[in-house]
Design a protein around this ligand. Structure first.
Ligand SMILES: *[C@@H]1O[C@H](CO)[C@@H](O)[C@H](O)[C@H]1NC(C)=O
Ligand SMILES: *[C@@H]1O[C@H](CO)[C@@H](O)[C@H](O)[C@H]1NC(C)=O
Ligand SMILES: *[C@@H]1O[C@H](CO)[C@@H](O)[C@H](O)[C@H]1NC(C)=O
Ligand SMILES: *[C@@H]1O[C@H](CO)[C@@H](O)[C@H](O)[C@H]1NC(C)=O
Ligand SMILES: *[C@@H]1O[C@H](CO)[C@@H](O)[C@H](O)[C@H]1NC(C)=O
Length: 193
């Protein structure tokens, strides 16, 4: 239990460490998306000339600059191209979003204290049909979608083969799910502790 919590904390903390500058980083332009006016960058570049955008992009792509340096250089370029207001709005937006994510993350981690024992109880109850078990998990998932998904994910990382109700995919190891050959895989065991 404590072990699970630690793992989740580590996993989500790692995810939270992203650059404020928005675009660039490792994974291509972020924050551009539908606002992009075709330039594919963040919205504050909308009215920046092509040449100006190239300067921004050079900063985003700089592999040796630290994240703080990228942020500072981006802010300086925003001033140079008179888009500081749009840049600051975008940055504030992003910061607020990250704060919301962090607050939700804290809540999710706290909820695991409740959800993990509930899931364990559902999976340990063999006086129910598989369908009833799946329905019980689904009901819990309705109330705690992120928590149930997180526990499932952690358990898959740890090599569990929990039988599970209708998820987005089949089992983690691509085993046949729900088909007529059900028994062959987990010998009808219902995982979870
Ligand atoms: C770009 O310029 C247009 C026209 O001046 C303006 O309406 C729009 O708000 C500007 N966009 C940004 C992101 O500054
Ligand atoms: C990348 O950033 C570092 C640190 O700010 C800077 O010294 C270097 O000149 C930059 N490289 C490029 C290609 O702009
Ligand atoms: C930014 O604004 C200043 C003052 O209005 C102007 O002199 C300068 O040419 C502008 N720079 C760009 C890149 O538009
Ligand atoms: C702020 O975020 C919202 C929701 O993600 C988005 O619709 C909006 O365009 C963003 N505004 C700026 C200035 O980036
Ligand atoms: C945080 O959780 C609330 C309540 O579930 C949700 O409405 C909101 O979209 C979440 N925000 C983020 C950034 O995940």
């Amino acid at each position: 239990m404590a072990h699970n919590l630690l793992l989740i904390t580590l996993a989500v903390s790692a995810l939270a460490t992203v650059t404020l500058a928005g675009p660039g980083g490792r994974g291509g332009p972020k924050g551009g998306g539908p606002h992009g006016h075709g330039h594919g960058g963040p919205p504050y570049l909308a009215n920046v000339t092509k040449e100006g955008r190239k300067e921004f992009e050079a900063v985003f792509k700089n592999e040796t600059a630290t994240i703080a340096e990228i942020d500072a250089q981006t802010a300086a370029l925003a001033e140079k191209y008179n888009v500081s207001d749009a840049y600051n709005a975008f940055t504030a937006n992003h910061t607020a979003h990250l704060a919301a994510v962090k607050a939700n993350q804290t809540q999710v981690i706290s909820n695991l204290e409740t959800v993990v024992p509930k899931l364990a109880a559902i999976y340990q109850n063999k006086d129910q049909t598989r369908k009833a078990q799946e329905e019980a998990v689904d009901a819990l998932r309705k109330e705690y979608p992120v928590e149930v998904a997180a526990v499932k994910y952690i358990r898959e990382l740890l090599g569990a083969h929990d039988k599970q109700g209708p998820g987005p995919r089949g089992g983690p190891r691509g085993g046949p799910r729900g088909g007529p050959h059900r028994g062959g895989h987990g010998h009808g065991r219902h995982g979870f502790y």
